[in-house]
Design a protein around this ligand. Structure first.
Ligand code: GLY
Length: 589
């Protein structure tokens, strides 16, 4: 085992809407690190490939995730004949320990599954739900004005019913082959014997020390004796090991009606800024299987998670809007390319803000938003030479004559993405989150609880018009997570996704365009500079083309954009790519 790290602590790109976006930009959520952690010997070739900017190539299976120890756990399962669903359980269990700021048992996830035997694609919605006692005023002050962001996030108020433990169980029941208890072995050993804190985790703890200290259990774990853990600290988490042991023995049940459920509720209700989560919320929680939302792009089907995520709709809209332009000839270095992509992003974000929410509560025109005729008509707006002076939502075909107001949900970029292809030909794309870095900062049983409810719009109405993504009891907050599988003639060719709050949409669209349009390999596509335009301001990662984009009328902001794209291209062989902006790897055999 070799220890390695690269400093590269950066301030990251952020998400939000309008003023909310600026507010979000002023705070420091989960920061970026270039590399970090421990690389087990078996993964050294994968590390070297990533350092050289090359994909890692294999013949039988591949796993790409945000931390080498999680990749190692997944690889062991796949090598032993486990499926992608089995490997996901092992990867998620380790990520919850070694990358606790990004995802875990206290959070939620979306999973896209391609089943090699049936040729079918499906999605699992393990999104958190609002408590039954929550009201549209959850994040409003007495006078109805939206609460300050941190006043909403930190404490029990923002915690939704976690979905990840149940999703792990459901995925394993449906598609697993390995013995369930064995999938926790890696994570239990690491939690009991200790793991080396990575540079990314250490930097995140240092930056968030004050908020972590606001909850005594959280403060004691991340700052033992009042001192923040640093890179290389050997950290043990016996409480997490105990939770995993219970899960290995009893499945997800203890999280929803057993002793862990009791502790989750006590933590939420006993925290500063308490929440209203109850035993009924946990007992009623369900993972929902939903059809994939698919868009067509250059002869491919780009499929992902529909509502309550806006991910597949927005990625599909961006691709549908740019398809008529000859991006292949223009290339990735031309400002005209990024004018078209940037304004396509703005158009899709305008629709997202107006129409997308949990469709079990509000009708969402998913088909209308991805309709090729609708997108072709809207793409005419992109035919000029300059940035669009203003952008408004369109009018997709929508059988429900309802009008929604635009929402102001803030989504900060934390979260993590797992891509896996197994030796049976199944493919899994899963984005998993506790929302903000360290979620609500409330910890129990060795894991952090999410603050996913702040993905709802804080405003329930705008000028008397209801916002689709307002808080309602039992509802799931709108997400931007975009776990994606791209198919050609029904066969998967690319598995991809990223963390990053509402920036996720641009990161994923960029990678697909780079791979399909410019013929880049998967690592090159991931490494393309990030350029995202969500609400008008053009966030760019590099100076190149900024002058040209400014001259076209865009407000350009050069900033660090902390994607964490993990992708696997499927051809004669498997090619895995891992984002050098984070600590992950792609490895296969
Ligand atoms: N909380 C990140 C997302 O769901 O988009």
């Amino acid at each position: 085992m070799r220890n390695w790290s690269v400093a590269g602590i950066l301030v990251m790109g952020l998400a939000g809407a309008g003023l909310a976006q600026d507010a979000a930009d002023a705070v420091a959520p989960e920061g970026a690190t270039a590399l970090g952690g421990q690389v087990p010997d078996v993964l050294q070739p994968a590390f070297e490939a990533r350092q050289a900017g090359k994909p890692y190539v294999s013949d039988n299976w591949m796993v790409a995730a945000a931390h080498p120890l999680a990749v190692e756990a997944g690889a062991d399962v796949l090598r032993d004949g486990g499926t992608a669903a089995d490997a996901m359980v092992a990867v998620q269990a380790v990520l919850g320990l070694v990358e606790p700021q990004s995802s875990g048992l206290g959070g939620g996830a979306f999973l896209v599954w391609y089943d090699a035997e049936s040729g079918e694609l499906t999605t699992l919605d393990g999104r958190e739900t609002a408590p039954l006692a929550a009201t549209p005023r959850l994040f409003q002050n007495i006078d109805g004005s939206p609460m300050g962001f941190w006043d909403a996030v930190v404490g029990g108020r923002s915690v939704g019913t976690p979905g990840t433990p149940r999703l792990m169980e459901v995925a394993h029941r449906k598609w697993g082959r390995a013995q369930w208890p064995s999938l926790f072995d890696h994570a239990v050993s690491l939690a009991e014997e200790g793991f080396s804190v990575s540079p990314r985790m250490a930097a995140s703890v240092a930056r968030d020390a004050e908020r972590l200290a606001s909850h005594p259990v959280t403060g004691a774990y991340f700052m033992p004796d009042g001192v923040a853990v640093t890179e290389g600290t050997l950290l043990k988490n016996p409480a997490y090991a105990q939770s995993l042991r219970l899960m290995a023995e009893q499945g997800a049940a203890p999280f929803y009606s057993g002793e862990i459920a009791t502790d989750i509720i006590a933590a939420v209700r006993g925290a500063n800024n308490p929440g209203v989560l109850s035993a009924v919320d946990l007992a009623l929680y369900q993972v929902k299987e939903r059809p994939a939302a698919c868009a067509q792009y250059r002869g491919h089907d780009v499929c992902g998670m529909g509502p309550p995520s806006s991910g597949a709709i927005a990625v599909g809209q961006i691709l549908g809007l740019v398809e008529k332009f000859d991006l292949a000839s223009l290339g990735a270095q031309d400002a005209e390319t990024w004018r078209i992509i940037g304004d396509a992003m703005r158009l899709s974000f305008a629709d997202r803000g107006r129409y997308v929410a949990d469709e079990d509560f509000v009708p969402v025109p998913t088909k209308g938003l991805l309709d090729r005729g609708y997108l072709a008509e809207r793409a005419k707006l992109l035919e000029g030479d300059d940035a669009l002076p203003e952008v408004a939502p369109g009018s997709p075909e929508f059988h429900h004559a309802l009008n929604w107001a635009d929402d102001d949900a803030i989504e900060l970029p934390s979260t993590t993405h797992i891509s896996i292809v197994d030796s049976y030909g199944n493919a899994l794309s899963m984005t998993t989150t506790i929302e903000n870095g360290f979620g609500s900062r409330v910890m129990t049983r060795g894991f952090l609880l999410n603050n996913e409810l702040t993905d709802f719009s804080f405003r329930s109405h705008n000028n008397g018009v209801p916002v689709a993504n307002r808080v309602e009891p039992g509802k799931r907050p709108r997400s931007s997570m975009a776990p994606t599988i791209v198919l050609k003639d029904g066969i998967p060719v690319l598995v991809v996704g990223s963390p990053g709050g509402s920036q996720i949409i641009g990161y994923v669209a960029k990678t697909i365009i780079g791979y399909l349009e410019w013929g880049l390999d998967v690592q090159q596509a991931i490494e393309l500079p990030n350029r995202n335009n969500r609400f008008g301001r053009y966030d760019v990662e590099v100076e190149a083309l900024s002058e040209e984009l400014s001259a076209m009328g865009f407000e350009v902001s050069v900033r660090d954009m902390n994607s964490g794209i993990h992708a696997i291209a499927i051809g004669d062989r498997l090619s895995g790519g891992a984002d050098p902006r984070r600590e992950g790897l792609a490895y296969g055999e």
